[in-house]
Ligand binder design. Structure first.
Ligand code: PLP
Length: 390
């Protein structure tokens, strides 16, 4: 847990303070909807057209509201720079396609968000990019799959969606040669700062806990300035730039991320403990529960995991379907990290694009249910889960 040093404020405090524009007295983030900005002279226009991430030139390149969000996230991650994207997938596609060319090789985690797996398994081959999928829970799996001189990118997702598998950040950070990137969406920068372990890029779907209110579709990548500038060069042409409105909501979300994450994690642990003692449940996964196979690793590297947990019902598909159809307070919807507790059946929804063997390899069984605990009172969520199980 390397998140704080003695004279640095806690991450929750930094989340309240980050991304503020000097000289702006407004406490709330300011929405700059303008797509373009007046230029003083041709010389100035030429300079802006050739500079990376200018905040006031053209909004696909940069925008004051978007740049403020980027600065806040970079600060929280301990990164030099950040680039926001139109979504988490925009960010992941920006990293993969921005860095890799025909003939390159990628080492990627088998347990990952469905869209990420589809991009790597379905799209990358069309561009002549080879991908090797590895089991992140196996020590040394990422490093062993690296082909010196050919592997351009090592992409991990930890904790992984939906089963909360962890990748060892020390191992990832020790890999030299390829660029290492971690999708850190579930932990958020308040849970862990992968760059402190030597990882080069962090990726977030800020759509989830970071923006936190189900009202922004947003992604962000952080890392060293040179690397972010290089990614920016592709991102400007990719065109998946963040909307200023979503960036404003992202920035607003960061202000309350600390207490939201704490509450969501508390409920997830309480629900997890109740499920563990229920006869209709075969296993429960949350890295804060001692039953998690990587509990020790989680305790060593993370300060928070948030409110997402998964479990399997012994009755298979029928039981999983009945559960998600039987909750009342909880809502049946994909996504996570928002105020409402959501339940979803990954095999039918978030990971529906995977082939049956890919689902099996990712450990997503027909009876698997994912739950994202929200901000309702813990007792009310517990009562709803109990009645749905009944
Ligand atoms: C949701 C999610 C994504 C994709 O983000 P979008 O904002 O929906 O594009 C990527 N990675 C993880 C871990 C996610 O949960």
């Amino acid at each position: 847990m390397r998140v704080t040093s003695a004279n640095e404020p806690q991450p929750e405090t930094r989340a309240v303070r980050g991304g503020r524009t000097p000289d702006v007295r407004a406490l709330a983030p300011v929405l700059w909807a303008s797509t373009t900005f007046e230029i003083d002279s041709l010389a100035e226009g030429r300079r802006l057209a050739h500079s990376s991430r200018a905040a006031e030139f053209y909004s696909r390149h940069g925008n004051p509201t978007v740049n403020a969000f980027e600065e806040a996230v970079a600060e929280l991650e301990g990164a030099e720079a950040a680039r926001a994207f139109a979504s988490g997938m925009g960010a992941i596609a920006g990293v993969v396609l921005g860095l890799c060319s025909k003939g390159d090789h990628v080492v990627a985690q088998r347990q990952a968000y469905g869209g990420t797996t589809q991009l790597l398994a379905g799209v990358c081959p069309r561009f002549g990019i080879d991908v090797t999928f590895v089991d992140a829970t196996k020590p040394g799996a990422f490093a062993d799959a690296v082909i010196p001189g050919r592997t351009m990118l090592v992409l991990a997702e930890t904790p992984a969606n939906p089963l909360l598998d962890l990748a060892d950040l020390d191992e990832l950070g020790a890999i030299k040669g390829p660029i290492t990137a971690v999708d850190s969406t579930l932990a958020t920068p308040l849970g862990v700062r992968p760059l402190e372990y030597g990882v080069q890029l962090t990726i977030h779907s800020a759509t989830k806990a970071m923006a936190g209110h189900n009202d922004a579709t947003l992604g962000v990548v952080t890392g060293e300035r040179d690397l972010i500038d290089a990614l920016w060069g592709f991102a400007v042409l990719q065109g998946a730039c963040a909307s200023p409105f979503d960036a404003m909501n992202g920035l607003r979300g960061l202000r309350t991320l600390g207490p939201r994450l704490r509450q969501q994690e508390e409920t997830a642990v309480a629900v997890g403990r109740m499920l563990e003692s229920h006869s209709a449940v075969s296993w429960v996964r949350h890295p804060r529960l001692e039953s998690h196979p990587q509990f020790e690793l989680g305790a060593r590297q993370y300060r928070r995991f948030g409110g997402v947990l998964s479990f399997e019902l012994t009755g298979g598909f029928d039981a999983g379907a009945r559960f998600v159809d039987s909750v009342h307070l909880c809502r049946q919807a994909t996504s996570m990290g928002g105020p409402e507790t959501l339940v979803t059946h990954p095999a039918s929804t978030t990971h529906a694009g995977l082939l049956p063997e890919e689902l099996a390899a990712a450990g997503i069984t027909p009876g698997t249910v994912r739950m994202s605990c929200g901000l309702e009172h813990t007792d009310d969520v517990l009562a709803d889960v109990a009645q749905a199980l009944g």
